[in-house]
Design a protein around this ligand. Structure first.
Ligand SMILES: [Zn+2]
Length: 179
């Protein structure tokens, strides 16, 4: 892999690693374990912001509502347009090609939102590396975009459509002033 030398660091809110160590040291299952396991399975089943679920992602959820709101406000953009930046293939949720602005709506679970990211305490050998790969990938994508002269806006799926649109419009306006 071209980015194997990339050194990950944990986001402050993503405490899965520590929880994993604690769980394995005392060897006791947490009482919430089965509840969390059910939550994890539900997230998988209903589709999510995971790259593998891109076809699900295209049609539903916060991404769609944000795109609709942007369109209503007169913005024209490409949805889920694959772009190759610095040799990395990226598929942002919203792409402003001329402005070189890529928007990602990050799922709280898959991208370890500090407010809603779940610390996996069950199947840790499965979940922790999976979530860690996503986080490393996010960093790689941000770096690749920046190196190619693109800007990235990341909004959490938990923010309101209005907040997301405001963040995107602020970025567009900033780009306009800079050019
Ligand atoms: Zn969240």
């Amino acid at each position: 892999m071209p980015w194997s030398g990339f050194q990950p660091s944990w986001r402050p809110g993503c405490r899965s690693k520590r929880s994993t160590q604690r769980a394995s040291r005392n060897g006791q299952p947490f009482s919430r374990a089965s509840h969390e396991q059910a939550a994890l399975s539900n997230r998988l089943e209903r589709g999510s912001n995971h790259p593998d679920a891109a076809n699900v992602k295209a049609g539903t959820g916060p991404e769609r509502r944000i795109r609709q709101a942007l369109h209503r406000r007169g913005h024209r953009f490409r949805a889920l347009l694959p772009i190759v930046v610095s040799g990395v293939r990226v598929r942002p949720d919203v792409v402003f090609t001329r402005r070189r602005l890529a928007v990602f709506v990050d799922g709280c679970f898959w991208h370890c939102c500090p407010e809603h990211g779940i610390n996996p305490r069950v199947n840790v050998t499965y979940w922790v590396p999976k979530l860690e790969r996503n986080r490393v990938r996010d960093n790689l994508v941000n770096l690749a975009l920046a190196a190619a002269g693109w800007r990235a806006v990341r909004v959490w799926e938990h923010v309101t459509v209005e907040q997301a649109v405001a963040a995107i419009e602020a970025a567009l306006e900033k780009g306009e002033r800079a050019s």
